[in-house]
Ligand binder design. Sequence first.
Ligand code: 1DF
Ligand code: MN
Length: 350
Amino acid sequence: MAENTPIAKNKKYRRIATEEAWAPQELLDMYADLFNSKTLDDPGFNSLWGFYGTSMEPRPATVRRKLADLDEERLADMDAAGIDFAVLALTSPGVQVFDRDTAVAVSRDSNDILKAAIDRHPDRYAGLCAIASQAPELAAQELERCKELGFRGIINNSHTHGEYLSDKKFWPIFEAAEALELPIYLHPNTPPKNMIDPMLEVGLDGAIFGFGVETGMHMLRIITAGVFDQFPKLQFIIGHMGEALPYWMYRLDFMHNAQVSSKRYETLQPLKKKVSDYLKENVYITCSGMAWEPAVKFAQQQIGVDRVMYAMDYPYQYVKQEVVDMDAMDISDADKKLFFEGVATKVFKL
Ligand code: 1DF
Ligand code: MN
């Protein structure tokens, strides 16, 4: 299809894209300053934002411009791709790379900027609330404020300075999220410094692979820590076709049971359900960056058609053709409507 051929308005379902990144120009400037200061001991951040924040190559320059736009260019890009509605989230690592006080302040400011954009375009955007996980109690307060402002969920960009939400000190965030019925999008971050070296030395630390294994592991840590036994109604969303976890379910169940029953690890305790049960009952999956029919079908089969939804990952993977491909999937009209519209409408209460 020619580059500028508009896709016909679809009458059968609204196309909702659910992992769409944005960043205020101020945040992009802070990222560039942080990289340029050479003071941050976080090779993942320096790899990612040293590139996207400062490179003059066409891809990073375009990404920067599109991230900061919440009006004409973004809406035109959505129209050209046939995307009716976008769920917007602060780009990775959000505020999680900053010190505690900076993170708290920038999370509030960015949520206010996003809220203003949603008010300008209420029929096109919903937003996820950015939180400073560095300050769990204040994050819980910000969630209450965001809920009142009409935000539909939470964005958490995986680890925070190498710490994982499985650590109980973060659980006030889960308590608030469950009580407010806000789902948590566990979006990738670059691997932390004690994990990244073998990937970074060959250029596999980013979206090509490092993002996925680090985030998949984070989701597993949350499951095996017993978070969903404590907060059974809490819902997570993971992108990139579930960060490969659907493909791992058989082995996860077998080995989790084998290790727990033989008491191999003090830190691996029995759970009420199988690991795969939590993936089917507490986790939604999006096809961000992975618009691939066989993988979508596998996830729908194994996790459920009521838990798999569309995402584009704009502006990092703005590929209009993938919408055409997903429209043409060989699945029933009812399941396609769930994929593009129904699941997102339910989980984000749109
Ligand atoms: C990239 C990909 C960057 C994704 C992202 O945020 C991101 C990338 C900084 O291509 O480097 O969200 N992604 O989700 O695939
Ligand atoms: Mn993304």
